[in-house]
Design a protein around this ligand. Structure first.
Ligand SMILES: [Zn+2]
Length: 264
């Protein structure tokens, strides 16, 4: 039956393909297991990394995420997004773990130039959650049996190892080109729907390029888990062209004010 269904998959549009990928993912790891695993991994990540103590910055980033997350619920309902800023100015990166936990390093907040750039990164991370990329990743890597033990509270060492792999530019945080494409497509849609200028996705990549050239020794590998390859840049340029010259908000002033404590 599965073999017979395959040509049909090829005939479907891209978004249907995505739905099929989500379904395949569900076969690998159930929604319930993902949410349970996410909670445990989040606790572990927040032990291994240092959440930023500045409650105002945390609240601001939550405020930026909320409308983007709202947009995503049509594609994947039932996820409650929780975003946390991690205190590390040397990391210009962000990542998402199973279950809707999104992390952004203070270094990224410092490097971004406006709210639209931050929102673009967060929307991309939400796209990875919608596509269940890291959930499928850990399921494929560790096997479902181990994940079930983890959610039962056994195998604490494995949980710590997994959390380390998912954080920053860890091995589990590196996605396939297909996953990156999918996260970009979702992210682009949510960013535009929230009224931001989608060109911010490209200006952020340009900023990363400049940073890499000017202070290579000071910073960790920039945005290494979501590399801005020429292929990605070209695809995003096409999406922008297709969307027309609508523009949108950047919210530069508000962004600089809310994150000023990181620039001192
Ligand atoms: Zn990515």
């Amino acid at each position: 039956m599965k073999v017979a269904a395959f040509p049909l998959v090829l005939a479907l549009s891209l978004s249907d393909c995505t739905a099929v990928r989500q379904q395949l993912g569900l076969a690998l790891i159930s929604e319930e297991t993902e949410l349970d695993l996410g909670r445990k991994l989040a606790a572990q990540v927040e032990k291994q990394e240092k959440p930023l103590a500045d409650a105002k910055v945390q609240a601001y980033v939550r405020q930026v995420v909320a409308p983007l997350a709202q947009q995503s619920l049509g594609d994947r309902p039932g996820v409650e997004y929780k975003v946390t800023v991690i205190d590390d100015l040397k990391q210009v990166n962000a990542f998402a773990i199973p279950g809707g936990y999104v992390y952004v390093y203070s270094g990224l907040l410092k490097a971004a130039q406006n709210e639209a750039e931050l929102a673009g990164v967060l929307a991309h991370e939400i796209g990875h959650v919608v596509g269940r990329h890291s959930a499928n990743h850990v399921a494929a890597q560790y096997g479902l049996e181990l994940l079930t033990h983890l959610t039962l509270g056994e195998e604490a060492g494995q949980l710590a190892e997994m959390a380390a792999g998912l954080a920053g530019a860890g091995a589990l945080a590196r996605f396939s080109r297909d996953d990156e494409r999918e996260a970009d497509e979702y992210g682009f849609r949510y960013l535009a729907a929230c009224g931001y200028d989608p060109k911010a996705l490209l200006t952020f990549f340009t900023k990363l390029d400049q940073l890499e050239k000017s202070r290579p020794s000071d910073l960790e590998k920039l945005f290494a888990s979501h590399p801005p390859t020429p292929e990605r840049i070209e695809r995003i340029e096409k999406m922008i062209a297709k969307a027309g010259a609508a523009g949108g908000k950047l919210e530069k002033e508000r962004f600089l004010k809310e994150t000023a404590s990181l620039r001192r």
